[in-house]
Design a protein around this ligand. Structure first.
Ligand code: AKG
Length: 348
């Protein structure tokens, strides 16, 4: 059968590169091999790179270009679509300002803010058609090709559905890897209670990194739900925490999706699957970078797209068969939607 390649290996952290085409199109034995590779990755590093996942290069490139167009809108237009509540979890989020400095001098903070815009902004897109929680779609673009914003809306809805399809398939592989029926998770995942997050990390003056050694583009965290599908551009900066407690770069590999397990899947698996902390810092230096010569040098903008998958919000999540019989259940059963809202409420 297919062998998993190594994407990244450092400090006892292995992020394998897994050929999902062999799962999607393989025979029963091949599927089992790939499923086992995925489960092994989830039990050890909690992260893997997926290739031949069936999401086309064109679709991904298009989503990135629509995303860049969205973030290029005026601040006023973006703020009008503002994120409101954890229950809705939809809309535009600008954040990071509070981390710009450790200084307590108001003038110093104001000066730094002015010289260093938000480190991260995002647009959260939820499942369409949920009563009371409409998505915050832009009503128009100044761009002549999308005067009504309908291209953006339709394309993002379509991308959401594409990724929901991939979520279902990855959950099938996980089920198989866990020795469950391949379709075990279908009735837990088929509502698509997921969040598509477009992310933009604006350019940052390199002097900012120097002034604040603790400065990050996105702080250390784990994800909350079942699995996350992450597309990154070629800039880099994503890091995953190793078992040694060090940070290891999850270097972008063209054409792949970074897949990681979230806290609720870890809980569901009675802690047999790992939800691993990660963060985003400055991009790695390029060979052509000239050391310290230019005080105005900037780290380039970075774009990424994360698709956070969750079990259907109306499902009860309790230890999966095969994970607790010997050790006992570590956690109480919990409703998926309640869990997610609780976690989001603690963050925002
Ligand atoms: C998050 O939004 O939770 C992330 O971890 C984003 C990671 C990235 O931008 O590469």
């Amino acid at each position: 059968g297919p062998t998993a390649q190594t994407g990244v290996e450092q400090d006892d952290l292995v992020i394998p590169l897994i050929d999902f085409g062999a799962y999607l199109h393989g025979n029963a034995e091949t599927k089992r091999t790939v499923a086992n590779q995925i489960l092994h990755a989830f039990k050890t590093s909690g992260f893997l790179y997926l290739q031949n996942h069936g999401v086309t290069t064109e679709e991904v490139a298009h989503a990135f270009s629509e995303s860049a167009k969205f973030f290029a809108r005026s601040q006023e237009q973006k703020d009008a679509l503002g994120w409101t509540t954890p229950d809705a979890n939809r809309g535009y989020v600008a954040s990071g300002r509070e981390k710009v400095t450790q200084s307590s001098d108001p003038e110093e903070i104001a000066r730094l803010r002015a010289s260093n815009p938000d480190l991260k902004e995002s647009l959260e897109i939820g499942r369409e058609g949920v009563k009371g929680f409409p998505n915050q779609w832009p009503d128009r673009f100044d761009d002549a090709t999308d005067k009504s914003g309908s291209v953006f809306r339709q394309d993002m809805q379509k991308f959401f559905q594409t990724l929901q399809g991939l979520n279902m398939n990855v959950m099938r592989a996980i089920a198989l890897g866990m020795g469950l029926d391949e379709y075990f998770f279908d009735s837990f995942s088929d509502d698509g209670d997921n969040t598509l997050r477009l992310l933009h990390y604006p350019p940052v003056k390199k002097s900012i990194w120097k002034q604040n050694p603790g400065q990050v583009r996105a702080g250390e965290h784990s994800d909350y739900g079942s699995i996350t599908l992450l597309f990154q551009d070629s800039v880099g900066g994503l890091e995953v925490k190793s078992p040694k407690g060090t940070w290891v770069r999850a270097t972008p590999i063209p054409g792949t999706i970074v897949v990681n397990a979230g806290d609720l899947l870890s809980r569901w698996s009675n802690d047999t699957i790992r939800s691993t902390n990660h963060r985003v810092i400055q991009p790695p230096p390029k060979p052509e970078d000239v050391e310290d010569s230019d005080p105005d040098a900037v780290s380039p903008a970075r774009y990424s797209i994360a698709y956070f998958c969750n079990p259907n919000f109306d499902r009860l999540i309790e230890a999966l068969p095969g994970t607790y019989e010997e050790t006992g259940k570590k956690y109480e059963a919990i409703n998926s939607g309640d869990y997610l809202v609780m976690r989001l409420a603690a963050t925002y």
